[in-house]
Design a protein. Sequence first.
Length: 70
Amino acid sequence: MSNSTEDKTKGAAERAKGTAKEAAGKVTDNEDLEREGREDQVKGDAHKALGHVKDAGSKLKESVQDAADD
């Protein structure tokens, strides 16, 4: 698995964990757990974004290499 795929997968898992924590916090009226859940969701989004940035960087590198070969 490439680094970008790992980041996107880790991000999706972190986001899902955060969603579950937030929901559990709402059900149990636990504001700290809700907050932790929202924080985990933000972390997950950041990991997913990092994966997308790495993908874009790889594509840019390939484009530059292809242009240099022409």
